[in-house]
Design a protein around this ligand. Structure first.
Ligand SMILES: [Zn+2]
Length: 1008
């Protein structure tokens, strides 16, 4: 037989686009359209419908960037359609959609004349069901958002469209048309048949008889369909395809659990307020789709998005609540948002689960057990323990498939965190979280799935995200056609839980991946938008302080606990940890709003701290130092307040032949004529920390022009364009009191200025560097380098509730790809018996590599970037940050330095007491208190969260200075970890013993 396959494919393509698709709409009639444009931000339905509307026609140019136009649509269902069989009447709306991608352009929400939400219209989901009887009139309102497409086909070109003030006001869209249409169900079904079979055909190997069989069936089906009467002959075409669909799947076919989903970024290339509407549009579509397909399950993460729906669309929220009760709408993830997991601090990442699960349990009575983070930029080695401590059982992501260098060897595995906790994990091999269940998607899932031979099940999330409207009836049709289809993976409409239970059952001993899931991509997200990063770090520590003092005041009867204000502050901070906000990859609008929200949080928390302490300490003339940190400092107990003890050896500063010398009883630092750190001598051991001939504390400037994804990426080639900013414009001693001495150094370069204040305080083991940077560079990366005279094989970097060890070499492709890494408050490099810690108060990006021919180690902090996309003004302006270098530090000292820099003693003047006793004391090396708060259930019980911070075994005694009756081990949600409750054994009155494993996280509820 002659091979005519290429010719038949051409025939199929032309038949589908020219005959089949146009015949889906059997008949249509025009409607009357009027419009009213909201002058500014979105308005309510009631407000909009009271406005004067004006008639418009198809072709009308509408929609300024970020604007809202309301369309009033009126029409009549043709009476002659009364006896149209096998058809559906619907309004078809085209706001001027383009085919680039759904979700990044205009969208509309359709309301009935009385204001109830019907569904949304999106580029690939344009139909609205019409329930009026033939001959009857109908009227709808459409709230249409004219969002600019900031994706710009992923050219990453700078654009002013990301802020209202710079986006202009010209119309972005041209109304393509709205009609009342009679959709032919059989023609539509035939189109779905062709799509699935032709998609499968494209994926099958050439030699298979099945492949030829499908092509021949499609060819003959075209013969059967009369191009002059597609509707009248479509069934004949379907009949000819029926045998091809009747052939069942091979027994060994890959098994796909298809879960409806819409990945809605909580803000990104649009502002937060637009996400509120995107959620309503998508969830309305899902509700309508479930109505038609009761066996379809939709999974949605992010309690915040449900909370928005509850606040802004209460009726739609009630409909969702009913779907959740039915089991067709499944909350997943259990977190407040799909947060970044590299940058949030330990307590904050824990609270993502506490706040998220509380919302889902209170509103719906369900507890999501699967962590759902398909898109975050790498996964912290602390996450398995945090997820399990929150009661979760499973973890899902697919982002690691974006690695530039290495391919993860597993799709289903046990992921083991730094403390040894394991969680059953799945990476959907389909490599997308917005599949359309096409032949190519399904084949990719099967082809790439790496557990073949021992397991054979994967999850495919399907549905358009980001305002594309979620799953469509076309996708469901594809799922039904591939339930059992020879040559295709089998597709089961399922839920995340259904998948995980099946996957665990078939694969009880999956392989183990230990440590972080480092994303070999998007390494700039540890640094971009420094003010957002600083806002997060400062807010996390203010929350700790506010909860500690509010708890102390409440337990001592001095003040009520501000539950609502604290919850609101937490919700804001948790929202801003969303995986495109805290990482710095959103438009200008989002980041400017984040900065304002962080300022509001700061004001609220400062008030709570002040009010609590005033209530505890009364008025007077004393000055107290509050120590919110977990370590005693300068005579002030951890978690308490007291007066500073005098008598520490004074710090001194002097000019010598070597340079300016800052000294106390623990270290001696020498700055050269340009203010570079040329010596840092540990006076306890006498050891020098700066390598000979390699000045330290050097600002370095690099070209920062990544290949793609500008705000996201730092490319490895950045290192080749270094300029060291060694020259100072001025170096002067600016403080010489006995408590603190300081030197101010000013450096000007390009259009920017850096003012460094290098200071040493009496009794401290670290040299502090405060940086005030006026930054006006573009596409540059600013790093601060500390060459250190230790030969470190690995570096320790603080993450949530512990630290992670990473090699300082680049032996393997995995090591080499990890050229920029994340750390929280400190990093540490050392040799046995000696080390140096570098701490910071608001930055995250680091690189730590061997230098000096391998005999020294350089710690570099990434301070600032200035990518031009998606925010062309990112990082411009003023920044303040603090860094400290502590010679002679082990891991315990590094941990202390991290807390010291981030939780400085807080002076309070005009109070009437000498001290405030800590509510809780913990005696035991390595056991660190991370949070003290009142219980979420408002019972008044005190919750203390602590962890082992050194990476070793620890024993501690906890003492409560309040009316605690017993102490119960709980999970993060403050529920007893096992039943019967695990009571801690008391060792004395109000005192308990506790033993911890390395990095173990423990939550204790003190009942009162
Ligand atoms: Zn995302």
């Amino acid at each position: 037989m002659h091979d005519d396959a290429p010719l038949v494919q051409m025939r199929i393509n032309r038949f589908v686009t020219e005959r089949l698709q146009p015949a889906i709409i059997r008949a249509s009639v025009a409607v009357d359209i009027q419009r009213w444009e909201a002058p500014g931000e979105p308005v309510s339905f009631a407000h909009a419908v009271a406005q004067p509307f004006e008639p418009v026609e198809a072709g009308y140019a509408w929609g300024k960037p970020w604007g809202t136009t309301w369309f009033k649509v009126a029409g009549t269902l043709p009476a002659e359609w009364a006896d149209a069989a096998d058809a559906r009447v619907q309004l078809v709306v085209d706001l001027g959609f383009d085919s680039a991608q759904p979700g990044f352009q205009s969208e509309g929400l359709v309301f009935s004349a009385s204001g109830s939400i019907i569904k949304a219209v999106e580029p690939l989901n344009t139909g609205v069901p019409l329930t009026a009887a033939p001959g009857d009139a109908f009227e709808f309102y459409i709230e249409a958002a004219s969002n600019p497409d900031l994706s710009q086909a992923w050219t990453f070109a700078p654009t002013p469209m990301g802020a209202r003030e710079t986006a202009g006001d010209g119309p972005l869209y041209r109304l393509a048309g709205m009609v009342v249409a009679l959709r032919d169900n059989t023609v539509w079904s035939l189109a779905q048949d062709f799509w699935t079979l032709h998609g499968l055909y494209a994926e099958l190997p050439a030699h298979l008889p099945r492949k030829a069989e499908i092509l021949r069936a499609l060819d003959l089906a075209i013969d059967a369909v009369d191009p002059q009467d597609v509707a009248g002959t479509a069934q004949a075409g379907r009949d000819l395809l029926a045998p091809a669909f009747a052939a069942p799947a091979w027994q060994s076919s890959h098994r796909v659990h298809a879960v409806g989903h819409a990945h809605i970024d909580s803000a990104w290339l649009w502002p937060l307020r637009e996400t509120v509407r995107k959620v309503a549009r998508t969830f309305a579509n899902v509700d309508a789709l479930i109505e038609q397909n009761p066996d379809f399950v939709f999974a949605a993460s992010s309690a915040q998005q449900f909370a928005w729906l509850k606040e802004h669309y209460p009726d739609l929220f009630d409909r969702v609540r009913r779907r959740v009760a039915e089991g067709s709408f499944v909350p997943v993830g259990g977190m407040w948002v799909e947060s970044d997991s590299n940058l949030p601090g330990g307590e904050a990442l824990a609270r993502q689960f506490v706040a998220g699960k509380r919302f889902f349990m209170e509103e719906f009575g369900v507890e999501p057990l699967e962590v759902w983070l398909p898109d975050s930029f790498g996964y912290s080695g602390a996450l398995p323990q945090i997820a399990r401590a929150a009661g979760s059982r499973w973890f899902l992501t697919q982002k690691i498939s974006w690695n530039e260098t290495n391919v993860m060897p597993h799709h289903t595995f046990q992921w083991e965190g730094i403390d040894g906790t394991r969680i059953f994990t799945h990476f959907p091999p389909v490599d997308t979280y917005s599949s359309e269940l096409s032949g190519s998607d399904l084949a990719r899932a099967e082809r790439q799935y790496s557990e073949k031979g021992v397991a054979n099940t994967s999850l495919v999330p399907f549905g358009w995200g980001d305002g594309g409207g979620g799953p469509t009836e076309e996708m469901i049709a594809a799922a039904r056609r591939t339930a059992s289809l020879e040559g295709s993976p089998t597709v089961l409409l399922s839920s995340p839980r259904g998948f995980f239970e099946a996957a665990e059952a078939e694969y009880p001993q999956p392989p183990v991946w230990s440590g972080e899931l480092y994303l070999e991509f998007h390494r700039g997200t540890y640094t971009s938008q420094a003010r957002t990063k600083r806002g997060n770090r400062r807010s996390e520590h203010l929350l700790r302080e506010a909860e500690l003092w509010a708890t102390t005041a409440a337990v001592r009867g001095a003040a009520d606990y501000p539950y609502a204000a604290l919850e609101q502050a937490w919700h804001t901070v948790l929202l801003l940890q969303f995986h495109d906000i805290l990482p710095g990859s959103s438009i200008a609008w989002v980041h400017r709003e984040a900065e304002l929200r962080y300022e509001e949080v700061r004001v609220t928390l400062e008030q709570i701290i002040d009010r609590s302490v005033r209530a505890l300490a009364g008025d007077g003339t004393r000055t107290l130092a509050l120590n919110s940190g977990p370590f005693d400092r300068a005579g002030v107990p951890a978690l308490g307040a007291g007066e500073l003890t005098a008598g520490r050896a004074a710090a001194t500063v002097s000019r010598t032949a070597e340079g300016i010398v800052l000294q106390n009883d623990r270290l001696r630092a020498t700055l050269d004529a340009d203010g570079l750190l040329v010596s840092l001598r540990d006076l306890v051991t006498g050891r020098e920390s700066i390598p000979t001939g390699q000045p330290s504390k050097v600002l370095q400037l690099f070209r920062d022009t990544p290949r793609q994804w500008d705000a996201w990426d730092i490319d490895a080639d950045y290192v080749r364009t270094m300029t060291e900013l060694r020259v100072a414009d001025s170096v002067e001693i600016c403080e010489s009191g006995s408590e603190r001495v300081a030197v101010r150094i000013i450096r000007r370069f390009g259009s920017s200025t850096v003012e460094e204040t290098v200071s040493l305080s009496s009794g401290e083991r670290a040299l502090d560097v405060e940086l005030a940077i006026d930054w006006h560079e573009r596409q540059k990366l600013l790093k601060l380098a500390f060459p250190i005279d230790v030969q470190a094989a690995q570096a320790a970097s603080e993450i949530q509730f512990g630290h992670i060890l990473r090699p300082t070499h680049s032996n393997t492709s995995w090591d080499a790809a990890r050229f920029e890494t994340v750390a929280h408050r400190w990093v540490h490099v050392g040799e046995p018996g000696y080390g140096v810690a570098v701490a910071n108060d608001s930055t995250y990006g680091h690189d730590i590599r061997r230098t000096g021919e391998g005999r020294s180690t350089t710690v570099r902090l990434s301070l600032l970037r200035a990518p031009l996309y998606p925010d062309p003004e990112s990082d411009q302006g003023e920044h303040r940050m603090r860094v400290a270098i502590a010679p002679g530090a082990g891991i315990p000292e590094a941990v202390e330095e991290g807390y010291r820099l981030n939780l400085p003693l807080r002076p309070v003047e005009g109070v009437g007491v000498e001290h405030i006793a800590p509510l809780v004391r913990v005696d035991g090396a390595g056991v660190v208190v991370e949070a003290v708060k009142l219980a979420e259930d408002q019972s008044g019980d005190v919750i203390v969260r602590l962890y082992e911070a050194h990476g070793g075994r620890a024993a501690a005694t906890l003492s409560a200075d309040f009316d605690a009756t017993d102490a119960v081990l709980t999970d993060l949600l403050e529920r007893p970890t096992v039943s019967p409750e695990t009571l801690l054994a008391p060792s004395a009155d109000r005192s308990w013993r506790l033993e911890l494993r390395p990095f173990q996280l423990v939550t204790i509820r003190f009942r009162r």
